[in-house]
Design a protein around this ligand. Structure first.
Ligand SMILES: Cc1cc2nc3c(=O)[nH]c(=O)nc-3n(C[C@H](O)[C@H](O)[C@H](O)COP(=O)(O)OP(=O)(O)OC[C@H]3O[C@@H](n4cnc5c(N)ncnc54)[C@H](O)[C@@H]3O)c2cc1C
Length: 379
């Protein structure tokens, strides 16, 4: 089996790794360098606790978390990219992007407990004990936050680099960087490969489109385009700081987590809504300055710290907000994986598409989230 995976983000890396590990001859075609797309600019929270209003999305998200644990354990001491310091979410905090869990917070805790999800309510004293660097009244005396002691995040560039390096070294992955794909090649209702921008034809028995927000640009035909509803996000990075923030913080004003080396990564949903595509990703961007100001309010010793770097990215969100992973009706040998929350589910998508492509066994977790929903009328 010869497969082409388009896109060297977190999803393309996971799919290329699992397919080549299972014996497929895989070419990974990436337009630029690997890990340069949306996966580079992500809060990268890995959890299932935001999807509890939908049984199927919760089940999928749990599978995503479990697959990350499995993947890092397979890499032993080189599996360093999945960090689980715990997450603290203030009850007043906004939810991540397209969370389905927007009911009253008491309901959220009750439901999490019923599901057996590791989560506990904490008050102001416990918050001060867990995170002594925060403003003493970061939570009001009668306030409540949820502590997810087992949640964490993925350092996506490290995950991508480690998977691709292992696949190249151990399973002969053919990595083609600076190889943008121009279009999908189709014959008798089946994908037969791709043509690159330089005109090279790469033939394959399976083509997997993992180009994220660019997924429709690489196919060269509106017939197989996935309707997308992308949104823009900004992340600001502090310089290396000597301040200990131990966990991932999802406060009402700013989300904070370590970015390694003493740096902190900052973002906020309300500030993302102020962005425009013309904006330049610079440390003096008003949203970055505001994020730094909010950090100083939350952590008094960091007042006056400014953003050292800023990145902006477009979220690859299918219309309706739900994941879109699987084959397209009427087109054989072609699969697509485009989803928000793609860090969360990336390791699982690698397993799911491997089993579907090589063994004809689609993952039941993806049954409600397949591309057919966009193509029913045409099929
Ligand atoms: C601000 C922000 C916060 C987020 N927070 C979270 C979170 O907390 N948890 C979570 O799970 N998700 C989060 N996400 C979403 C998550 O980051 C994405 O869903 C995920 O990174 C998508 O990965 P991908 O591999 O599909 O896309 P990408 O990482 O964008 O990879 C696609 C690749 O395709 C390549 N490509 C493009 N065109 C071509 C071409 N013509 N030929 C070949 N290659 C091509 C690109 O160069 C790129 O490397 C967040 C996103 C943003 C922006």
């Amino acid at each position: 089996m010869k497969a082409i995976v388009i896109g060297g983000g977190v999803i393309g890396a996971a799919v290329a790794y699992r397919l080549s590990e299972a014996g497929a001859k895989v070419v990974l075609a990436e337009a630029g360098r690997i890990a340069e797309g949306t996966s580079l600019t992500s809060f990268a929270w890995v959890s299932a606790c935001e999807k509890i209003d939908s049984d199927s999305y919760y089940r999928l998200s749990l599978a995503g978390v479990a697959a990350h644990r499995e993947l890092v354990s397979e890499f032993g001491e080189r599996g360093t990219w999945y960090r689980r310091p715990g997450v603290i979410q203030w009850l007043e905090a906004g939810y991540e992007g397209l969370s389905l869990s927007k009911g009253p917070h008491e309901q959220k805790l009750t439901r999490l407990r019923a599901l057996g999800y590791p989560a506990e309510a904490i008050g102001a004293d416990e918050l001060r004990r867990l995170e002594p660097g925060l403003r003493p009244d970061a939570l009001s005396p009668d306030g409540v936050a949820i502590h997810y002691p087992e949640d964490g995040y993925v350092e996506a560039p490290i995950m991508i680099a480690t998977l691709i390096e292992a696949a190249v070294k151990c399973f002969n992955l053919d990595l083609r960087i600076h190889t943008p794909v121009r279009r999908l090649l189709v014959s008798s209702g089946k994908a037969t490969g791709v043509e690159t921008v330089s005109g090279e034809i790469l033939a394959a028995d399976a083509v997997v489109n993992c180009a994220g927000r660019w997924a429709n640009d690489v196919v060269g035909s509106a017939d197989v385009a996935i309707p997308l509803a992308p949104t823009q996000g900004l992340i600001a990075y502090t310089p290396a700081l000597g301040t200990a923030i131990h966990r991932v913080l999802r406060s009402p004003t700013v989300n904070v987590r370590s970015d390694g080396g003493g740096r902190l990564l900052l973002r906020a949903n309300d500030l993302d809504e102020t962005l425009s595509v013309q904006d330049k990703a610079q440390p003096d961007h008003p949203a970055a300055r505001e994020l730094a100001r909010r950090l100083g309010e939350l952590v008094p010793s960091l007042r006056g710290v400014e953003a050292e770097a800023v990145r902006m990215a477009i979220r690859p969100i299918p219309q309706g907000g739900l994941p879109c992973v699987g084959s397209i009706p009427g087109l054989g040998n072609y699969w697509v994986a485009v989803t928000h929350g793609g860090i969360n589910t990336s390791a699982f998508i690698g397993l799911a598409l491997r089993d579907e492509i090589l063994h004809g066994r689609p993952a039941p977790e993806y049954s409600p989230f397949r591309p057919d929903r966009f193509f029913k009328a045409a099929a």
